[in-house]
Structure formats: C-alpha cells, structure tokens
Design a protein around this ligand. Structure first.
Ligand SMILES: Nc1ncnc2c1ncn2[C@@H]1O[C@H](COP(=O)(O)OP(=O)(O)O)[C@@H](O)[C@H]1O
Ligand SMILES: [Mg+2]
Length: 447
C-alpha cells in the first residue's frame, strides 16, 4: 500500500516536470555590443516543487560566461525544492553541452553542499570557481594570478585588484543562504573567466543570487527609488551599503571604493564593464555610461568584464590608483559641499518623535526652516524612518504651504523616504490636495 502511494506520488511529480530549453544562441554577444535579454529571459525564477530538465540540445552556440549563470540558477531551483536534470548531447567540442562539461559544471550540486570541494574543470584557460569563504577567495585569486602572468605584470596586478573587489562584493553583499539537510550554508558566488586567444580578449564574470545592489544600498540610502539610481550610486566613491561593520579580510579601510576604483580602472584600460542587478544593466566604458532596462530580472548581481589585451595600453597600476584616489577625494569633497548647499534634510523622528503629531512644532519648523529652504531652491528630504504614525493635521501643517509655494515642482523638490504606507498615503493626499486648483485656493487650511 505504502509502496503504491510512493509510486503514485512519484508519478504525479514526474507529470509536473518542466523542461527549460536553452535557446539556440545563448550568449550576451551581439556583434560589438551586448544584449543580456536572450540569456536573462531563459531563467524562470518562480518554479517550485517539481522536476526541472535543462535541455542543452537545441543550443547551437553558447558562451562560457552566459552558461556559468545557469549554475547559481540551479542552486536557486534546488532551494525551491526542484530536482534538476540536464539533457546534453555529444555534438563536439564547440557545443554548449561540451562547454558545460568542460567547466566542471556537472559537479554543481556537490559544490553547493560540501564547501571543501570546488569545480573540477578541464581547462586552465576557461576555469570556474565557487566562492563561499576566504579560502575560495584566495585560491581563485591565486589561480587568476597564475593565469594572467602571461599578460604582463601590470595586467596581472590589475586583474587581481579588480577581481578581489568583485569577489569580495559578491561574498559580502550578495550573500544568500543555502539550506541543506537542516544546515544553513551559503549559496556560493561564482567566478568564470576565459581567454579568447584569437581575439586576444579576456572575459570575466562574477555572479551572485543575493539581494541585489538596490536592496543592499538602500540600507544606507533609503531614498533610492530605482535599480538604475542604485547602480549609478554604487560606482561613486565612498558610497557603501555596509556601515559600521568590520571588514573580515583585511583592514583595507576602503569602504565604498571598490566599484569606483574598479570601474575607473576598466575605463583606463579601454575595457568594458557591465553591472547587472535586478532588471537593470549599467554599462561602463571609456566613452559610455548608460543604463538599460532588461526584459526580465536577474535575481542578484553579476558583473561582466571584457578586456582586449595589448591595445598599446601603457599604464602603471600603482600610479593609476594614486590618481584615482585623488580624484575620489575631490569628488567626495565637492559632493559633500553640494549636498550641504542643495538639500535640506529633516529626520522626522529626531525632531518630532515616533508619533509625529505636534502640530505647533510642525508650524514653527516650517516657518523657521522649510520655507527658507524652498526660497533658496533646495530639495527637502524628509526621512520618516522609525516614525510609526503621523496624522493628517500634522503633515498638513508642516507641508501645505511649502507645497503651494512650489506648485507642481513639489513632486520633484520634496523627497520622502522610509515612510510607512499609511504615512505615505496621507502625504500623497496632502500633496495632491495642495497642488490641485481647489487646494491652492484653500489657504485657510494653511495652519
Ligand atoms: N554583489 C553585490 N550585491 C549587492 N550589493 C552590492 C554588490 N556589489 C556592490 N554592492 C553595493 O554597492 C556598494 C558599493 O560597493 P563598493 O564600491 O565595492 O563598496 P564597499 O564594498 O566597500 O561597500 C556596496 O556597499 C553594496 O551596497
Ligand atoms: Mg566592495
């Protein structure tokens, strides 16, 4: 009886099997530019509790970096209680099936559950690493060091530096739990790089399936409204989503500099960097800094670097770093003074407490600071962090006349962060009410 039930259940589960076909061209490369959609669209993140077969047989051309993204995706499926199988073919060395085997990807499940083993690929020129801890970190960097020796000392040092920053970010900021037999492990990040000898080009990818740059940075900058804003912010000097925590590896005293320095080194080398997080990609190259929206999301972050070697680039990393640090210092200084000049920041909790309802206090704050700040053309940043409630009468007293003076500009010049949905709703009401024609005539509600 029990056996029958077991088979019935097994059959039912099998009948729910989902096949994911890798598309015929599984690559980011479209001529000279990159298109991430064909690859990102392949990943379906909602699949749960069923067998999944990943079918490589229809894929006629693939790229190692794109293929390597399938690995963290499989770990995601595993965490969603899927059983995963691969349908591979034997169509020769250039086939995606063979590339998949070559990277050692078939060991992906033991790599995720036993942190003492790593991928055992067959090619030194196209290796794959799981990054879960400082041992992996060090081993991957040592391997990259050896790999890049042939490109000359400056390239070697540069690659080591950039890789260390990216791996560190994936490990620290892109963390994601991996539950296995009652134990809580970490989902590894991955690093894959290839040297394309004919094109004399190196491609590197570092990927994680963590919270993404937006969510991580929002810990320190709650006002960020989009992935795009987050990505652009992340590459600025001294912008970090980590605060007050100790760096577990070294005393680098380097907070918020990793992506700034890496992205600038990449520019100097006339290379390309793509940072993908959520549904947005930011492209950084000597002449370009653009972001694009993707059709679907990558549930985490990955960074892709493509670098042509020997373009007559003459550079000395140490000197370059020195220049960049100076550049950062002056940028940070000017940002701070600009922020001081152009923003009026009000932390509601500090001024008015957890239940911000003192209307009189709101009126005097408004008259003393807010109206003046508006006259000076400043943006008002109102931070409602830790505020539980704030009644309409209070918000109206604080904001009605500033809003009326600003008119439609109010939507741009008043920034609200960390408000509860209820407070947000009341604020929207106050905003709408005082920018609509009737609202503007109702001066009597002023205070
Ligand atoms: N892989 C990632 N996952 C999530 N957030 C990230 C990732 N990489 C970078 N970030 C965000 O971008 C910020 C800036 O990164 P970085 O310039 O390297 O500075 P730092 O690592 O010192 O904070 C990080 O603090 C983090 O908020
Ligand atoms: Mg960093």
């Amino acid at each position: 009886m029990q056996e029958q039930l077991y088979f019935a259940k097994k059959k039912l589960r099998q009948s729910r099997k989902i096949t994911l076909n890798i598309p015929s061209g599984f690559s980011f490369n479209r001529g000279d530019s990159k298109n991430f959609n064909p690859v990102i669209n392949f990943f379906k993140w909602d699949i749960k509790d069923c067998p999944v077969e990943i079918d490589f047989t229809g894929c006629s051309s693939a790229n190692y970096q794109a293929l390597s993204l399938i690995i963290p995706y499989c770990w995601h499926l595993k965490q969603n209680r899927c059983t995963i199988s691969f349908k591979l073919d034997n169509k020769g060395d250039q086939s995606s099936s063979q590339m998949w085997r070559l990277m050692g990807s078939l060991g992906l499940f033991s790599v995720s559950t036993d942190h003492t083993i790593n991928f055992k690929g067959y090619s030194k020129e196209k290796p794959l690493f799981a990054i879960r801890n400082s041992t992996d970190f060090k081993e991957a960097l040592d391997a990259a060091n050896e790999f890049s020796e042939k490109f000359g000392i400056e390239y070697q040092k540069t690659l080591r530096y950039v890789l260390a920053e990216l791996l560190y970010n994936a490990l620290e900021h892109g963390k994601k739990d991996f539950h296995y037999r009652g134990r809580r492990l970490l989902t590894p990040a991955i690093l894959q790089y290839s040297w394309y000898e004919r094109a004399n080009e190196i491609c590197i990818i570092v990927a994680d399936i963590g919270v993404g740059i937006h969510s991580h940075l929002a810990q320190a900058y709650p006002g960020i409204s989009s992935n795009e804003e987050a990505l652009r912010l992340a590459i600025q000097p001294e912008i970090s989503g980590t605060f007050g925590r100790h760096d577990p590896y070294t005393n680098r005293n380097n907070a918020g500099m990793g992506l700034f320095l890496s992205s600038n080194i990449i520019r100097k080398l006339r290379a390309d960097m793509h940072i993908v997080s959520g549904d947005t990609v930011l492209h950084i190259s000597p002449n370009d800094l653009t972001s694009r929206q993707l059709e679907n999301k990558w549930h985490g972050t990955f960074v892709l670097i493509t670098m042509k070697l020997d373009q007559g680039n003459i550079f000395a990393l140490d000197q370059l770093m020195q220049e960049l640090r100076e550049k950062a210092e002056s940028e940070v200084k000017s940002r701070i003074s600009q922020q001081k000049d152009q923003r009026h920041y009000l932390e509601i909790f500090n001024y008015f407490g957890r239940n911000a309802d003192d209307k009189q206090a709101a009126i005097s704050y408004r008259d003393k600071y807010l109206l003046k700040a508006i006259e000076e053309g400043k943006v008002l940043v109102l931070d409602f962090g830790n505020v539980d409630s704030s009644p309409h009468s209070f918000l109206n007293a604080l904001l009605a006349s500033p809003i009326r003076r600003l008119g439609m500009q109010a939507y741009k010049k008043i920034k609200i962060t960390r408000a509860t949905p209820e407070i947000r709703e009341t604020l929207d009401y106050v905003l709408d009410d005082n920018t609509s024609p009737e609202g503007v005539n109702q001066a009597k509600y002023d205070d």
